[in-house]
Write a protein that binds this ligand. Sequence first.
Ligand code: ADP
Length: 403
Amino acid sequence: MKILVINSGSSTIKYQLFDGAVEQVHAKGIVARIAEEGSYISQETSKGIYRLETPVPTHHQAFELLVQALLDPEYGAIRSISEVSAIGHRAVHGADMFVESTLITEDVIAKMEECIPLAPLHNPPNLMGIREAQKLFPGVPQVAVFDTSFHQTMPPKAYLYAIPLEYHTEHKIRKYGFHGTSCRYVSRRAALLLGRPLEELKMVICHLGNGVTIAAVDGGHSIDTSIGFATFSGVMMGSRSGDIDPGLVFYLVRSLGMTLDEVEELYYRKSGLLGVSGVSNDMRVIVEQAAAGHARCQLALDMFCYRVRSYIGSYTAALGGLDAVVFTAGIGENAPLVRKMTCDGLGYLGLWIDDDLNERTRACDAVISTPDSRARALVIATDEEKMIALDTREIAGQTAAGA
Ligand code: ADP
């Protein structure tokens, strides 16, 4: 039996087909540019690459293509859809209604619809994915794994904003956090790598990708995280500003005459590494150009690492100690210079980077601190799809056992 993991976004659907033990990936694919020019499906299995360029006007057609690719006699991974025993969906926003992954029912779908105002760009395509999968795989248990669930263990003192409490109680305004599935996966892997029980570890997870999350994880539970209500807060990101003075918006609107839409565009798409460097939102380019002497790229790099380091210090205080800093996602896994610059100056926490180990570690799991460090630095390759598949196996398995 196999587990299909679906990440249904507005213009792409990514998917992976796992074996029942969640040890092997049988197929990995993407339907890209849905409802746009140049749409295609691309899928990889042990038999080779299946690729088809064809118009994909809707998510419905995208799912039909996905099933066709999985069933393809030459390059597919299954002979019949009955081989798919459970489906796990990445779900972005579960607000405070979902503290863990859950079997999808009509009630769950209704609650996810209630969360749409909190994630207007993400929850609707997630829901479309669920509906389409229900049609094409009738009777197959489906599970939703929320990006926000992991951070639901934050205490009110961490998740509340210091505005009148009614804004929270009546309008659900609070810090929710994102990248929870990645943080949960890498916390578990880090405990395995350290050979210590997760329950006794105080860790700061640095998920440094296009989006950036820093999370304080105590005994496997998130107690604080850097992204709040909107997805641009926390550390500066590829093109998102990260934390800024909230008063700036008044100045931009009243004194510079910008509209709210322009301010939103500025914060989300024109800021971060891109805005500071004036060159790119991609850390690879920033590192290269900084090394070549580009002053604004160097500044962007300095600002990024300074902010991550400041969060590590702040969250060590929140945790009351530090056993490990974990680097993950595109930048965290692949940019030794960023890890080095971030950890420079953390000697007061008993953390020193081993330069050789750091330099050699890319996209794999490894300890990169010196043996005499009291707090360890680790690199863990994140795998959100695997985490979703593991949750799906567990929850769908319970359903089958209870049936
Ligand atoms: P997403 O949030 O979209 O899942 P990823 O975790 O895949 O993002 O991270 C993508 C980012 O990782 C890229 O934009 C790039 O900045 C960065 N990245 C990838 N490889 C490297 C590298 N070798 N050096 C520096 N940065 C890298």
